[in-house]
Design a protein around this ligand. Structure first.
Ligand code: 4AD
Ligand code: MG
Length: 502
């Protein structure tokens, strides 16, 4: 009897006869052998079918099987260093569950739009498979971190009666005739729970009607938000630092093969040490006004310019080869796929180079008092090899609940954590305004009516204490850990401006 197992377990079955069930990822045949690369959700395994009389049927079937056909194979496990995963199966029996023809995603390259439209299938591709496994592990690392340190999980509502973070990005929903909003944050609710449990966190989907299309913004994203009592800004920073450090270490430990599959430069993550850097907002502004941003971006222009020329040459060359006489169909497909990738990279680089002057100007003319823009954050983050905390932002550009600084009332006790390699803000947080009068004053400045917040104000009326917390964006953190340029691949089904399918 063959033992039913999975690719991940093959090392335990060398020399034994097993069955594997999965899907056909890829195949090739040569002479008397067919190699099926089977994908079973846990890994890839090369299954070898020989053309012998006993297996003549298997051989013929295997030869014509289309990509993503579902199948069950039985055979003997052999260790083979050259095979993907290190093992291969000498197939004795092959059973086809469904014979597939015309699977839309081939192993050659496709454009990103095509892939996003086929997200439900794109999931099966190796890179996407790796990203989702890393995401799942990161979520577990986050939960384990808080659960093992006495934090109580508090689930916060998704229907919210008022602004949580910023009025400009609310999604309004009809709630039996009254307007309510999809939650932008669970923070106000975890503040309330913190008063009961001391250390709490929420972890769930949050919603922001971000109209601009950027590589960092989704309209639906996941955020984890811890909140702690009797804490000032330093306590919150310390927690954010230790937390970020630990969850990255956890993923590095548990998901090394997946990170390698993504070709992530692991040295960058391995060198993560505490403490991270700290800058005040005013110091960040000085940095933007220094000659560093210009030097950095001019260097980009040079490097990207060289790559653009290289890509243009590649595109010319491959287009000519494709149009040449007698080029085989498979070769044309391969070149066509590569061309799509080159053109996408080229168009991204051209946009980036076209923005260089604008970004230099934005940095040079940055005015104390405004919020750091995406390009400013990128510049600051790129000037450091570890995450950077930027603290003490001007009160006017931050949310109403942030604690006014005692020494300089123009600023608040807040923190943003910028991830290195240009990833930018992954955490936003603060000490909270615990003084009822100051909170009311700020709400007035921000034009917020107090009525919907009476329950929140009660927290300042009954046993108020210094406290604070932060929110970490899951998808931006996955992008950083995986080394992905765009956030759209870090969530199973991305929701962005103009994208709601599948
Ligand atoms: O800085 P934000 O807006 O902070 C809050 O919502 C606070 N209430 C958190 C708290 O103190 N409890 O958002 C926190 C993080 C950002 O740093 C970013 O990582 C992520 O959430 N984020 C987004 N991620 C993807 N798409 C978007 N549109 C995002 N907006 C924020
Ligand atoms: Mg923020």
């Amino acid at each position: 009897m063959a033992i039913a197992t999975t690719v991940a377990e093959l090392s335990k079955h060398v020399g034994q006869t097993v069955t594997l069930s999965g899907w056909l990822y890829n195949s090739r045949s040569g002479g008397k052998l067919v190699f099926l690369i089977l994908r079973d959700g846990t890994g890839l395994c090369q299954c070898v079918i020989e053309k012998t009389d006993a297996k003549a049927d298997n051989f013929q079937t295997a030869k014509r099987l289309g990509q993503e056909s579902s199948l069950i194979v039985e055979g003997e496990v052999r260790a083979d260093e050259r095979a993907v995963g290190g093992y291969e199966l000498l197939v004795r029996n092959l059973r086809v569950v469904q014979d597939v023809e015309g699977y839309p995603i081939s192993l050659k390259a496709h454009g990103i739009d095509f892939l996003m439209k086929h997200r439900h299938l794109w999931f099966r591709s190796q890179r996407q498979w790796a990203v989702m496994r890393i995401r799942a592990t990161l979520i577990k690392a986050i939960r384990d971190y808080f659960d093992s340190r006495g934090f109580i999980l508090i689930d916060t509502p998704i229907f919210a009666p008022s602004v949580g973070e910023e009025a400009q990005t609310l999604f309004e929903v009809d709630y039996f005739g009254d307007p309510v909003y999809l939650a932008q944050t669970g923070q106000l609710y975890v503040e309330s729970a913190m008063m009961a449990h001391r250390k709490v966190y929420c972890f769930g989907p949050t919603f922001r009607a971000e109209k601009s299309k950027t590589r960092r913004h989704l309209t639906e994203f996941w955020m984890v938000e811890p909140e702690i009592a009797y804490a000032d800004l330093d306590d919150v920073i310390e927690l954010a630092e230790d937390f970020t450090y630990e969850i990255v270490r956890h993923v590095l430990r548990e998901r090394r093969p997946e990170l390698e599959l993504l070709e992530r430069d692991l040295s960058k993550l391995e060198h993560l040490t505490k403490p991270f850097y700290r800058l005040t907002y005013s110091e960040a502004v000085e940095l933007l006004h220094s000659d560093k941003p210009k030097a950095l971006l001019e260097n980009d222009r040079k490097e990207k310019g060289a790559r653009i020329e290289e890509l243009q040459a590649l595109i010319r060359d491959k287009t000519a080869r494709m149009e040449g006489e007698g080029v085989k169909q498979w070769k044309q497909d391969k070149l066509g796929g590569e061309l799509i990738e080159h053109r996408e990279e080229l168009s991204d680089l051209q946009t980036e180079v076209a923005n260089v002057d604008h970004h230099i100007e934005l940095a040079a003319n940055f005015k104390w008092g405004s919020d750091l823009g995406g390009s400013d954050e990128t510049i600051i983050a790129r000037l450091y090899d570890k995450p950077v905390f930027v603290t003490h932002y001007p009160r006017g550009c931050k949310a109403f609940y942030m604690k006014r600084n005692a020494d300089d009332p123009r600023v608040v006790n807040n923190l943003d954590l910028l991830a290195p390699e240009g990833y930018g803000e992954i955490i936003g947080g603060s000490q909270r305004e615990d003084d009822l009068d100051l909170l009311l004053e700020q709400m007035k400045v921000d034009g917020l009516e107090t009525e919907p917040y009476e329950w929140y104000l009660d927290l300042r009326r009954y046993g108020t204490v210094p406290h604070g917390g932060f929110g970490l964006g899951l998808e931006r953190t996955v992008a950083w850990i995986c080394g992905l340029k765009h956030i759209r691949e870090t969530i199973p089904f991305a929701r962005m401006t103009g994208r709601i399918y599948p």
